[in-house]
Design a protein around this ligand. Structure first.
Ligand SMILES: CC(C)(COP(=O)(O)OP(=O)(O)OC[C@H]1O[C@@H](n2cnc3c(N)ncnc32)[C@H](O)[C@@H]1OP(=O)(O)O)[C@@H](O)C(=O)NCCC(=O)NCCS
Length: 186
């Protein structure tokens, strides 16, 4: 799926609303603990979300100078093997996960929640939606790449049931001319 190098992130292009809503996410909970949660909707990214998603990724530190996030989003959306799921409160995007399947396994990238709303369950919610997206396609196993130094993210994923697969991630650029140019150092 994602053909970028974005360990933190991934790809998507389906019509808004194509993801079956998680039970209860499109209607108020019976006894909401937080009014902001009642308006939360997890759905596929729409054209009008792109700038808000890029803004969130920049604030969350997920972007890299050599990776164009808009290109990554467009690439993810080019067919139905991947998408970017967003958790939205009105027009505000408060969490994302790029999810896709490669014909064998599921992958997730660009997982984040709004830095101002950490610890509210948004990360768990968007990961659950990514799992549902994969299960709806018959994909029963989910993989992700995370930089080893991102210990907080590793702990988060372990808390959600992920474990280190003890595999090496080997990479090869098969078309160097297609690699986005990296900015000069210094
Ligand atoms: C990692 C991240 C997505 C977590 O989002 P969040 O919205 O704060 O997470 P939630 O509030 O949904 O937490 C879900 C659960 O994980 C736990 N959790 C959250 N962060 C954790 C951490 N660093 N270590 C261990 N557990 C953690 C919570 O306690 C909660 O537990 P519970 O549901 O059993 O009570 C968020 O911190 C983030 O966006 N980080 C920066 C971007 C990033 O590094 N993304 C990963 C790229 S690979």
């Amino acid at each position: 799926m994602s053909r970028s190098d974005g360990e933190a992130g991934a790809v998507g292009g389906e019509a808004e609303g194509a993801v079956p809503p998680v039970a209860g996410e499109d209607r108020p909970a019976a006894a909401p603990a937080d009014d902001r949660q009642t308006a939360l909707l997890v759905r596929n990214i729409a054209d009008g979300d792109v700038e808000a998603v890029v803004d969130l990724w920049e604030r969350a530190g997920l972007t890299r100078p050599w990776n164009d996030p808009r290109r990554d989003i467009a690439f993810a959306r080019r067919d139905d093997h991947a998408t970017v799921l967003v958790a939205a409160v009105g027009t505000a995007i408060v969490a994302t996960a790029m999810v896709g399947e490669d014909g064998h396994r599921g992958w997730v990238y660009y997982v984040t929640s709004d830095p101002a709303r950490r610890g509210e369950g948004l990360g768990r919610r968007i990961m659950a939606a990514a799992e549902e997206w994969l299960l709806a396609r018959g994909v029963w196993k989910m993989h992700l790449l995370v930089r080893a130094e991102n210990t907080a993210a590793v702990s988060f994923y372990e808390h959600l049931g992920f474990s280190d697969g003890r595999v090496s991630c080997l990479q090869k650029v098969i078309r160097p001319d297609l690699v986005p140019a990296r900015p000069e150092a210094g």
